[in-house]
Design a protein around this ligand. Structure first.
Ligand code: UT7
Length: 325
C-alpha cells in the first residue's frame, strides 16, 4: 500500500555576525564564564545587528535551505515560520519572508510554540503536505530573543541568543510498510497550567508592549527531561523503532545538561547526540534547524538515516518528530 510522506530536501541556517561571549556578559551582569559553562554549556551567543529583524534572519536561513535542496523559491507553495519574536505583532513575519523570496502564490503564516516551535512547524507542514494543501514547503525557525531579554536579569539574559534555521520539505508517495523516507511520526503536547514558569510579561492585548522574558529556570529544568523523553518514547512506539535504530538525536539546544540527561535516560549513544548550544545559546525555535544544519553541512547525515527532533518550552509545549532522511 502506498502512503504520502513529507520528505526533507535540504537544510540551511544563519547566525548574525556579532557574538557575545560569556566574558562579555561578565561586564554586563554579575556572572562568570565558569558558571555559564558549568550550568548550561553555553560559550557564546549571536546578537542581531541594529535594523536586522527576525524575518532577515529567517530569509537567510531559507535561502541557504533552498540552495542546499537545489530547488527554486518559485516552487514553494507553503511557508511556515516558527517564531515568538516576530518583526511586528502582525502581519506574520512568514509573509515578509515570502515577499522577499519573490513568492506571490501559496500560503505563509507563523506558528507560535516558543522553543517547541520548529517541531510544531514541521508537524504542521507534514499535515498540510500529506493533506494535499501544498506540495513543497519551507519550514523556518527564526528568533531575535536578544530583543525580549531583561539585560539586568542574570538568570535569563546569559541563556538566549538570536539565529535562524530552515528546511525544505516535499510530499512524495512511498511504501507505507517500509517506513522509508520522510516524517514517520509527530508527537505534539502542551499544558497551559505551566504558563507562569516561562513567559513574556507583555503583549498587544495586555500591556501594549513587547515585554521581557521571565523564567523559573529550575522549574523548567525539572519538567524538561521527563516531558521530552515521554514524547520521544511515543514516537518510537508509533513506529516500532528504538534508540538503537536512531542515527541522529537533534534536541532543542537550551542546556547541555538537559540534552545529556535526556539522551542518557533514553539510552541514546553520545556520538549520536548533536550539541551546538555552546555556539549560539538557546535560540528558541531556531535551535533545532541550527543543530541539524551543523551535521548536514559536515556531510554526516546520510540518506536513510533515522533522525529524532525534540523540544520543550514555554506554555509548556513539547514535542518530537521522527523522520527518515
Ligand atoms: O528553552 C526553554 C526551556 N528552557 C530551559 O530549558 C531552561 C531550563 N533551566 C535551566 O537550564 C537551568 O535551570 C538554568 C541554567 C536556568 C539555571 O541552572 P540551575 O542549576 O537550575 O541554577 P539555579 O537557578 O538553581 O541557580 C543556582 C545559583 C543561584 O544562587 P543561590 O541561590 O544558590 O545563591 C542563582 O542565583 O546560581 C545563581 N545564578 C547565577 N550565578 C551566576 C543564577 N544565574 C546566574 C548567573 N551567573 N548568570
Amino acid at each position: 500500500m502506498n502512503a504520502l510522506r513529507s520528505v526533507v530536501l535540504g537544510c540551511g541556517s544563519y547566525l548574525p555576525e556579532k557574538t557575545l561571549t560569556n566574558k562579555d556578559l561578565e561586564q554586563i551582569v554579575d556572572t562568570t564564564d565558569e558558571w555559564i559553562v558549568q550550568r548550561t554549556g553555553i560559550q557564546e551567543r549571536h546578537i542581531a545587528a541594529e535594523g536586522e529583524y527576525t524575518s532577515d534572519l529567517g530569509l537567510k536561513a531559507a535561502q541557504a535551505a533552498l540552495a542546499n535542496a537545489g530547488v527554486d523559491a518559485s516552487s514553494i507553495d507553503l511557508i511556515i515560520l516558527a517564531t515568538s519574536t516576530p518583526d511586528n505583532t502582525f502581519p506574520a513575519s512568514a509573509t515578509t519572508i515570502q515577499a522577499k523570496l519573490g513568492i506571490t502564490h501559496g500560503a505563509a503564516f507563523d506558528v507560535q510554540a516558543v522553543c517547541s516551535g520548529f517541531v510544531y512547524a514541521v508537524a504542521t507542514a507534514d499535515a498540510y503536505l500529506r493533506g494535499g494543501l501544498a506540495k513543497r514547503a519551507l519550514v523556518i525557525g527564526a528568533e531575535t530573543f536578544s530583543r525580549i531579554l531583561d539585560w539586568e536579569d542574570r538568570t535569563t539574559c546569559v541563556l538566549f541568543g538570536d539565529g535562524a534555521g530552515a528546511v525544505v520539505m516535499e510530499v512524495r508517495e512511498g511504501d507505507a510498510a517500509e517506513m522509508g523516507e520522510g516524517v514517520l511520526s509527530s508527537q505534539l503536547r502542551s499544558d497551559g497550567r505551566h504558563k507562569d514558569k516561562l513567559f513574556v510579561d507583555g503583549g498587544p492585548s495586555t500591556t501594549q508592549t513587547a515585554g521581557h522574558l521571565r523564567m523559573e529556570g529550575k522549574e523548567v529544568f525539572k519538567h524538561a527531561v521527563g516531558m521530552v523523553t515521554d514524547v520521544i518514547k511515543a514516537a518510537f512506539a508509533a513506529t516500532g523503532t528504538t534508540a538503537d535504530d536512531l542515527d541522529w538525536f537533534v534536541p532543542h539546544q537550551a542546556n547541555k545538561r538537559i540534552i545529556d540527561a535526556s539522551a542518557k535516560k533514553l539510552g541514546i549513544a553520545p556520538e549520536k547526540v548533536v550539541t551546538t548550544v555552546q555556539l549560539h545559546g538557546n535560540t528558541s525555535a531556531a535551535s533545532i534547524p541550527l543543530a541539524l544544519d551543523s551535521i548536514v553541512r559536515e556531510g554526516k547525515v546520510k540518506k536513510g538515516d533515522l533522525v529524532m527532533l525534540e523540544a520543550m518550552g514555554g506554555g509548556f509545549t513539547w514535542g518530537a518528530v521522527l523522520l527518515r532522511w
